[in-house]
Design a protein around this ligand. Structure first.
Ligand SMILES: Cc1ncc(COP(=O)(O)O)c(C=O)c1O
Length: 485
C-alpha cells in the first residue's frame, strides 16, 4: 500500500534520526550462554510468583526488536507497558546514560546536583507547569499526587477534618479529605494505589484499604456531576485520560472537558495519571491534549525514563505544589542526576523524532489493518479501539472459549510477536512508537494467522476451563467490568 505523504515525511525523519551507530545492529546467533528454559526455571525457583509472564526471555533489544538467548527475533507490541515509547536502547538515551554514569549518579536531595535543576526546568517549560516533584516509579508518582491533593485540600480548600461525610456510599471510605477515582482504573500497586482499584486480584487479601476514597464510573458525565457537586470535602479527582490496564478504554468525546469544568466549578484538583497514556503514546504528548484540557496535576512515569531507568514526576503550579514543605515528602533516588540526564534525553527523543505525530499516524494505520481482520472474523473480534499506538483488540470471549486472550498471545509469540492480554479477552497492542510500518504489518499478519490457522486447533486441544464470570465482578463496586458478550 502506498504511504500517505505526511506519514512518509515523519518516517523519513525517524529513519534519519535512527541512523546512529548501534541502533539497527542485528545480533548474529546466540546472544546469551544460558538457555531460555533454564532462565525461566531459575526465576520460577528464586523469584516471587507475582507475575504470569509470556514465556519469552529478553536477552537483547534494539528499537522494536527483541532477541532471546537463542538468537530468535521478535517484534515488541507491549513496550514494557509503554515505558519504551522511544524504542529499546535508543542510542541518544544510552549515550546520555553512559556519559552521566561516568560523572555522577547519585547525590540524594540532601545536596544539589547539576542535572536535576536542568531536568526540572525542561519538564516544567515543556508541559507549562510551575513546578515538578520527581520520584521513581509510577506508583510513587501517584502516591505523591494523592498526598499533594490531601495537603492542598486541608490547607487551601480548607476541608474540615474529622467530620463525617455522607454521600450515601459506604461510610468507612468517606472520612476527611476525599479522593474520587474511577471504576476500572489502574494506578499502580502500592496500598494507596490499589485502594482505587476495581481489580479483585490486586486487592483481595490486602485489606484494609486506604480510607478517604470514593469510586465512580469512568467516562460517564452523570455520576461525575452528581458527586462532584457535593464536593465540599473532595480534594481531587484522579483519573487516567485513557484507561490502559482496563483494556484501553477511551472516554466519550467531551468527557475530559466536563471533568475540567466540574473540577474548576467545585474547586477540586483535576489529577491526570498520564503515566501510561502520556509522552506520545496516544498520538498527543498528553492524552488530555485530545480535548485541549489542562489538568491541575499531571503524573508522568514510564517513558520519562526512556525504558532505561524508573523516572516519574508530578507537575503542578506553585499554589498546589508549595503545599508540600521540606521534610514532608521525597525519595532518596527521586531527582537523581543519572535519572535526570536520562529523562532529558528521553524528552528530546520524543520531540526531535516527532513521536506524537508518528504515534498518531501509525496508530491509524494499525487500526485500519486490525479492522480488516475484524471484518474477516466478525464473530471473534468484538471491537478494535485505540488512539495513536495505544490500541486494543477486544475478543468475544464466548466465541473464543475455552481459549483466552493469553493463549492467543502465546501463539502470537510463536509467530514472533510479543503482546500481552489484559483480562481474559483483550489484547493490548502498544508497540514502541519508533516501530516501522513493516513491523506493524508483521503484528497484524500474525494476529490474522493465529485466528485463521491456529485457533481451531487450540480450541480442540484445550480442555474446557471453568467460566471466569464470577471473578469479573468487582468485590467493591459489584460491577461486571470485564464481562464480554
Ligand atoms: C496509569 C498507570 N498509573 C500508574 C502505574 C504504575 O506505574 P509503576 O508500575 O511504574 O509503579 C501504571 C503502570 O502500569 C499505569 O499504567
Amino acid at each position: 500500500m502506498a504511504l500517505k505523504k505526511p506519514l512518509q515525511t515523519i518516517l523519513t525523519g525517524v529513519w534519519r534520526a535512527r541512523n546512529v551507530r548501534g541502533f539497527s545492529a542485528v545480533p548474529e546467533g546466540r546472544v546469551s550462554s544460558q538457555s531460555s528454559q533454564h532462565l525461566i526455571d531459575l526465576e520460577y525457583q528464586c523469584s516471587a510468583h507475582n507475575y504470569h509472564p509470556i514465556p519469552i526471555v529478553f536477552s537483547q533489544a534494539k528499537g522494536s526488536t527483541i532477541w532471546d538467548p537463542e538468537g530468535n527475533r521478535y517484534v515488541d507490541f507491549l513496550s514494557a507497558y509503554s515505558a519504551v515509547n522511544q524504542g529499546h536502547c535508543h542510542p541518544k538515551i544510552m549515550k546520555a546514560l553512559v556519559e552521566q554514569t561516568e560523572k555522577l549518579t547519585l547525590s540524594s536531595r540532601a545536596f544539589y546536583n547539576d542535572r536535576f535543576p536542568v531536568f526540572a526546568e525542561r519538564l516544567t517549560s515543556m508541559f507549562g507547569y510551575d513546578m515538578v516533584l520527581p520520584m521513581n516509579t509510577g506508583a510513587e508518582g501517584v502516591e505523591t499526587a494523592l498526598k499533594l491533593a490531601r495537603k492542598w485540600g486541608y490547607l487551601k480548600k480548607k476541608i474540615p477534618r474529622d467530620e463525617l461525610f455522607f454521600f450515601g456510599g459506604p461510610r468507612e471510605n468517606l472520612l476527611e479529605a476525599i479522593i474520587v477515582s474511577c471504576c476500572g482504573c489502574f494506578h499502580g500497586r502500592t496500598l494507596a494505589a490499589i485502594s482505587m482499584s476495581c481489580d479483585n486480584e490486586a486487592t483481595r487479601g490486602f485489606w484494609p484499604l486506604l480510607p478517604g476514597h470514593l469510586k465512580i464510573d469512568f467516562g460517564d458525565h452523570r455520576p461525575l456531576r452528581k458527586y462532584l457537586k457535593k464536593g465540599d470535602q473532595i480534594a481531587g479527582f484522579l483519573f487516567e485520560p485513557i484507561q490502559g490496564e482496563a483494556g484501553v478504554i477511551i472516554p466519550p468525546d467531551g468527557y475530559l472537558k466536563t471533568v475540567r469544568e466540574l473540577c474548576s466549578k467545585y474547586n477540586i484538583l483535576m489529577i491526570a495519571d498520564e503515566i501510561q497514556s502520556g509522552l506520545a503514546r496516544s498520538g498527543r504528548i498528553l492524552a488530555c491534549d485530545w480535548e485541549n484540557v489542562r489538568p491541575d496535576v499531571v503524573i508522568l512515569g514510564k517513558a520519562l525514563g526512556g525504558g532505561v531507568l524508573p523516572v516519574s514526576a508530578v507537575l503542578a503550579d506553585k499554589d498546589v505544589m508549595l503545599c508540600i514543605q521540606p521534610g514532608e515528602h521525597g525519595s532518596t533516588f527521586g531527582g537523581n542526576p543519572l535519572a535526570s540526564a536520562v529523562a532529558i534525553a528521553s524528552l528530546d527523543v520524543i520531540i526531535n523524532e516527532r513521536l506524537p505525530e508518528r504515534s498518531d499516524k501509525l496508530g491509524e494505520e494499525l487500526r485500519q489493518q486490525l479492522l480488516k481482520i475484524q471484518q474477516q472474523f466478525p464473530d471473534l473480534i468484538k471491537e478494535v479501539r485505540g488512539k495513536g499506538l495505544f490500541n486494543a483488540v477486544e475478543l468475544n470471549s464466548k466465541a473464543l472459549l475455552p481459549v483466552t486472550a493469553y493463549d492467543l498471545c502465546l501463539k502470537l509469540k510463536e509467530r514472533g510477536i510479543l503482546a500481552k492480554p489484559t483480562h481474559d479477552s483483550i489484547i493490548r497492542l502498544t508497540p514502541p512508537l519508533t516501530i516501522s510500518l513493516d513491523e506493524l504489518r508483521e503484528g497484524s499478519k500474525a494476529l490474522q494467522d493465529v485466528l485463521e490457522h491456529d485457533l481451531a486447533k487450540m480450541k480442540k486441544e484445550k480442555p474446557n476451563a471453568p467460566s471466569h464470570t464470577a471473578s469479573n465482578t468487582c468485590d467493591r463496586c459489584g460491577r461486571n467490568l470485564y464481562g464480554s458478550s
